[in-house]
Design a protein around this ligand. Sequence first.
Ligand code: ADP
Ligand code: MG
Length: 658
Amino acid sequence: MLSRLGLFSVFDMLWDVPRTYLNRSRVDQIENLSDGAVASIRGHIIATNSHRTRRGFHVFTAKIEDHTGIVTAVWFNQSFLSRQIRIGQDIFLIGRAKYGYGGLQMHPTEYDIISGQDNDRPVMPVYSLTEGLNQRQMRQIMLNVLQSCLPQYPEILSPALRERYQLCDISFALHNLHFPASRDAYQSARRRLAFEELLLFKLNLCLENPSSPDPKQSTEHIPRMDLVDRVTRNLPYALTGAQQKALREICADMAAPAHMNRLLQGDVGSGKTVVAALAMAQAVASGYQAAIMVPTEILAEQHFESLERIYQGTEVVVARLTGTTPAGERRSILAGVSNGDIHIMVGTHALIQTEVVFHKLGLAVIDEQHRFGVRQRSELGAKGLVPDMLVMTATPIPRTLALALYGNLNVSVIDQLPPGRLPIKTAFISSSARDQAYHFIHTELSKGAQAYVVCPLIEESEKQDLQAAISLHQELQGTFPDFQIGLLHGRMKPNEKEAVMTSFKRGSISILVTTTVIEVGVDSPNATLILVEHAERFGLSQLHQLRGRVGRGSQQSYCVLVGEANTEEAQLRLQAMEKSNDGFELANQDLKIRGPGDFWGIKQHGLNELRVANLLRDQQILTEAAEVAAEFGDQLLKDERIIDYINMRFRKDTIAMN
Ligand code: ADP
Ligand code: MG
């Protein structure tokens, strides 16, 4: 039963944080219950009843009496309760009071059968349960584990460190996490455990990304020609103030002898590509090569084209390398990179293959960094002497988190969109209203607009998802007979993808039916409409990225999200999209709705494994833990127990996969 809850060891048990706590010392009297208010009561069960309604609901009721009155507690569709809640027991429960047909009722959110033995504990943990296991049994198991195993639990922090950061010892902490003796004891337990998690999390990152480059070895970019200015003058637009500022910061870092490790953050459509292109010009002008790595082939192609355009009329040679570059072309590119004939390389993961040897790589750029793992990033960084690193992202990351994740990282922000952009209008509709949406799209297409229609595609159901996209393509051809409809998905051959993308950019395709291959980076400013099917299946960051495919020109753009908000979380997500166009605000929303990790695509680091620590609330603790990791990391990582501990906490997947 415990394994169904993901609990396989004593260790897992100890870190099975209670879902909530019941404080039985605060009790309301039944005569004081008021309609609609949440209350806690304690009483004696004098009757129970179990029945089915005409509509098929199962209803379980229990009449509860205290010395002031009687109330009926009502549970829906929890038939197993008749085996747990019985006449004669004492019960504590929390719920909303309500006057209904049967008089005063209560709809419990939590309940607890009181037994003689735990009468003296005012605060009781409430754990997630599974069928066949009740709260009382779970607590008993936990007490057993605490009593028999806590003495052997490793204390990884020395008394001196505990003193310095005011942390209680581990066994006090774990005990009070489960059975808090007081509010203060709980608070200090929580602080200690959050600290421990964040420290281990940080040590795990050190294991994944061991060598930070020797600052003495790094590259100094001193330009020998005015390439940056020349290229800037050739642009069809003026850089925004925010772009100029970011570029100045990057170029100053590059010129300095110290190694650059900079994050360029700017919302979708803010114009990061051109800033990267100019930073690469700075590298080339200084006699170095530059490389930019992107997560998809489509994006590699697009960046390649725009870099070629930007460098037109200069001596800069740009090449692209992906997993599907034909063998002959690949050979000559590899030769050109290693002898220095090629100045700028654009590519996918193909760039980090061992055969790719640079002549003199001075700047490595990673676009859409959240799509890459720590290891892939550092592999590109290991290609040059010690190239300066620029990582770019549209998804904002709080500074403390960035620091904790990437070490000493500087951040440039493009907090301004190019002039003339109108906020995208977003509507969330149910699929029954799709015809109206089509009607609207038809009107817009007639005026010359272009649209994306996006279908979800996830690995688990890839075949059906792909089929859905293909059928939708056919269907739309029927719905919009006077327009060209294109289809683009990841399973197509590279030259097919390129052909479709090119006709869409040229305007000969009006609607592009596609999967999430266009999620990041794709830039086609004439597209002003995006309709997302099954929007409820996408996370907030994905929706924001997808929406960022439109609103890239001066035209009014629209985003239509079609779907059914079948959970409260989906409802919140889709409403957030309607309300805001701001990536930073959405990231914070997402953090509130779902916790950390998803928005920043940093699942792979084990952030979602955090059980006690909360990155919004515990930024101060994170900073302290990072301090300890920096100062004592080497020493701590020599301890076998700590390595085991890290593996158990953060590398379950790795262990399972191996
Ligand atoms: P992202 O930051 O999402 O990667 P891109 O670099 O793809 O954004 O730029 C989005 C669009 O804005 C592109 O079409 C680009 O040519 C255009 N753009 C970038 N900078 C400017 C600017 N200063 N003025 C006008 N348009 C710009
Ligand atoms: Mg981009």
